[in-house]
Design a binder for this molecule. Structure first.
Ligand code: DAH
Length: 338
């Protein structure tokens, strides 16, 4: 069969083909490895040298013409199929598309951002600090003596044999870093991840989140601290909550306190406040003079308050989560609820 005949025959068969599967089959018959065109090309080396060029050209032209016919018919059949789908009685164009998987912000990120917004609106600066921290900032400059139990390797992940580098056990080291780089008055918060070497259980994890706060200026007092904490509570729970201070001991504050707030979830006692109507909100206090000095600030001229908010705990409180280990489990069944 001549190339013209082959093309003519193919054109008729392609035109009559109404099914994409059959069209593919037909394409193989003409253009496949064992197809008509391949057979023509295989003949060429056997021809007399003078004939090779013209026959080769003919076979290639045929190949291109066929390919164009198959492509055109293929496109036409695809459109017909779509048209048929769109016209079908059971096709409802008003139905929503299948639900796409959507990511979301982790509840800790959500609460961190809310608090950052709240504190920046009060003139605070948001700071970051290293998670691998020098012993100096994590302990020494915070007035935590060499024999303090918090230094026990039970609680701290040490990163080197000399004990100079640690995974920070709290966000408090950012206090000293902030003081070194600033002149009072200033207000800062430092949210971030902290680490403790301890056996995990429902209320302890080796990795969790805190937010440090520090305000330094002239005549900063406990009254300022209470005022800031009341604003914090209003921002978090949307209304005024009564607070109380109990004595607390931390080497880097003097006096140190535990600040409680009236339980935002009940009036007469519930499981969250363990029937006491008070919830422990955060530890805080007036910055110890030794810490101000370590940060290069004269405690005779300036004073400050500091607080350490447990972000992981706050998220648990807010959403009624009973096990801190859920937070970093990466379990979608947990995460998809937020
Ligand atoms: N850094 C302390 C801890 O992780 C919490 C803390 C207590 C922070 C008192 C403070 C503070 O800023 O004033 O246990």
């Amino acid at each position: 069969m001549t190339a013209e005949d082959t093309l003519q025959q193919a054109r008729e068969r392609i035109g009559a083909c109404a099914d994409p599967g059959a069209l593919k089959e037909l394409e193989r018959e003409y253009l496949g490895k064992k197809g008509a065109v391949a057979a023509m090309l295989a003949e060429i080396p056997k021809l007399a040298p003078q004939a090779r060029k013209a026959d080769g050209q003919r076979a290639n032209d045929l190949k291109q013409a066929l390919q164009a016919l198959f492509d055109e018919r293929g496109a036409a059949l695809a459109t017909t199929k779509l048209d048929a789908l769109l016209r079908a009685d059971d096709f409802d164009p008003t139905l929503p598309p299948p639900r796409a998987l959507r990511g979301g912000l982790h509840p800790i990120t959500q609460v961190t951002r809310e608090l950052e917004d709240l504190f920046t609106s009060m003139g605070y600066e948001v700071l970051d600090g290293p998670e691998v921290e020098l012993d100096h900032y994590n302990f020494e400059a915070l007035n935590i003596s060499k024999d303090h139990p918090a230094r026990d390797s039970q609680d701290t992940f040490y990163c080197d044999d000399a004990g100079r580098l640690v995974l920070r056990t709290h966000t408090s080291p950012v206090q000293v870093r902030a003081m070194e780089k600033r002149k009072p008055p200033f207000r800062v918060i430092a949210p971030g991840r902290v680490f403790r070497q301890e056996t995990t259980d429902a209320s302890h994890d080796h990795t969790f989140y805190q937010m440090e706060g520090l305000v330094v200026g002239k005549d900063i007092s406990v009254a300022h601290l209470i005022g800031a904490m009341k604003t914090l509570l209003r921002g978090m729970f949307g209304r005024d909550l009564e607070v109380r201070l109990r004595p607390g001991h931390f080497p880097f504050v003097e006096p140190g306190f535990e600040l409680d707030a009236r339980c935002p979830f009940c009036e007469a006692g519930c499981s969250v406040c363990k029937r006491t109507t008070w919830i422990e909100l955060l530890p805080c206090g007036l910055v110890h003079p030794n810490v101000l000095r370590a940060g290069g600030i004269d405690p005779e001229v300036f004073s400050g308050f500091a607080f350490g908010l447990g972000l992981s705990r706050l998220v648990m409180l807010r959403h009624g989560i009973d096990d801190v280990r859920h937070l970093l489990s990466g379990d979608l069944r947990f995460l998809e609820q937020f």
